[in-house]
Design a protein around this ligand. Structure first.
Ligand code: DOR
Length: 448
């Protein structure tokens, strides 16, 4: 691999923006300086004053392997991810068969080797009876253990109180939770069915997957974590009310952290009328007030991370009526662009976007040598043009499912190039290299 020199970039990193050149050598950032003279044989990428960010580390995706490959797969979704500036992802276990044993986890790593555009880590899934698998996990074997404390796609509900207590007490890696109380949801569903029969409108989704359902489950998770001293990361917060549960201490001091997802920051219940089941997801997209509260909580550091929960389903599946349409939407290709809209609207600084999408997930999960633009770190970088618009259309969507909830929308920014492990994976609208991704390494988080 020849050296790559990125010149004249606005580097957004660790709370500031500076103009610099970056030399990439053997996949890593070798030097950052005001100016670096190019040498013969180097590839020069002139940033021309555009912004260079550490690649996004997406701590929540569903790339659907093994077993659900009609919806998505590692090759397609990881290509879409790098086209969107995501250089690393952590993939969920609700696949078929579920990733609920260490053997299946190893099989999944073997499956991804040599097929992923972006770097990858995998979660082990919890069940009501796999505590032995969880406690046997070695540091670095999984990015975390996923606990569905509410049922969602894949039927992996963990609802046995003793099991939950044991998982929170003994899990050797971070516990990440999907928090929605299933009995509350079932009761809401019954009520709405009485009113509408089978024709429940999509707009009722946030009434079924209600604020109360979220609150009940996330307060249980936080209570368990406080009592058991668990390293807990609550996924995809969707309501204002749940924010009461989280603190805005410095990240270093937190054992309980929380994530928001791009669709909960971009859409609100007003969008069900135009998007229908395309934006049906769990937890549901809630009110405009909830959306605004999530945005504020990112600014005041109660919310630590922004991720996608990329969850593709086929177009045909999403055309069904409320009960038939599966929950989840594909997002990785446009996640960073949607956050840059918040920058253009004056809501987020670029530094905040980088903190929440790269620095914080690297810190929380102990991702080794990634997530920052630092000499010696892997060159996982994304060059963005804040003044070049990008319209999403069916023919530029790279997901296997072939559709996006953003179709027809024109973003005010564009992804110019993405480097993964120093290789140019994506540039000027095309995937350049499909095989750049490596397995992520994790520090033993208890020893940090
Ligand atoms: O909307 C969702 N879709 N939420 C989840 O928890 C799972 C995901 C999926 O796998 O489809």
């Amino acid at each position: 691999m020849p050296n790559t020199l990125i010149t004249n970039a606005h580097l957004v990193n660790e709370g500031s923006v500076r103009i610099a050149d970056v030399l990439v050598e053997k996949g890593r950032i070798a030097r950052i300086d005001d100016t670096i003279a190019a040498e013969k044989g180097w590839e020069v990428l002139d940033a021309d004053g555009r912004h260079l960010l550490p690649g996004m580390i997406d701590d929540q995706v569903h790339f659907r392997e093994p077993g659900l490959t009609e919806k998505g797969d590692i090759a397609y979704e990881s290509a879409a991810a790098v086209a969107g500036g995501i250089t690393s992802y952590m993939d969920m276990p609700n696949v078929s068969p579920t990733t609920t044993t260490r053997t299946r986890l190893q099989e999944k790593y073997a499956m991804a080797g040599g097929r992923s555009c972006a770097n990858f880590g995998f979660y082990l899934g919890a069940t009501n009876d796999n505590l032995g698998e969880i406690t046997a996990l070695l540091p670095g074997e999984a990015c975390g253990v996923k606990v569905f404390m509410g049922a969602s796609t894949g039927n992996m509900l963990v609802d046995d109180p003793d099991t939950l207590e044991q998982i929170f007490a003994r899990c050797p890696v971070p516990v990440v939770t999907h928090c929605e109380d299933t009995p509350t949801i079932t009761a809401n569903e019954k009520r709405l069915r009485k009113q509408y029969g089978d024709n429940v409108p999509i707009s009722a989704h946030p009434l079924i997957r209600s604020t109360e359902a979220c609150w009940k489950s996330s307060s249980l998770a936080v209570d368990l974590a406080r009592r058991q001293q668990t390293r807990l990361h609550v996924l995809h917060l969707s309501t204002s009310k749940e924010l009461e549960l989280f603190s805005n201490q410095p990240l270093d001091h937190k054992r309980i952290t929380v994530e928001a997802c791009v669709h909960h920051l971009f859409f609100s219940d007003r969008d069900y009328a135009s998007k229908g089941a395309l934006i049906k997801c769990n937890p549901a997209i809630k009110t405009e007030q909830d959306r605004q509260a999530l945005l504020r909580a990112l600014l005041d550091n109660r919310i630590d991370v922004i991720a996608t929960d990329h969850a593709p389903h086929t177009w045909e599946e999403k055309q069904r009526s409320y009960f038939g349409a599966p929950a989840g939407l594909p997002l990785v290709q446009h996640a960073l662009l949607s956050l840059l809209e918040q920058y253009h609207w004056g809501r987020f600084s670029l530094e905040l976007i980088v903190q929440k999408t790269a620095h914080a997930p690297a810190h929380i999960f102990g991702v080794q040598e990634r997530g920052f633009i630092r000499e010696g770190y892997w060159a996982d970088l994304v060059l963005v043009d804040l003044h070049s618009s990008y319209k999403v259309a069916r023919d530029n969507v790279l997901y296997k499912c072939g559709w996006s909830p953003f179709e027809g929308y024109t973003f005010k920014s564009a992804i110019v190039a993405t480097l993964v492990n120093g290789e140019i994976a994506y540039r000027d609208g095309a995937i350049q290299n499909r095989l750049c991704g490596q397995r992520l390494k994790f520090e033993n988080f208890e020893s940090r």
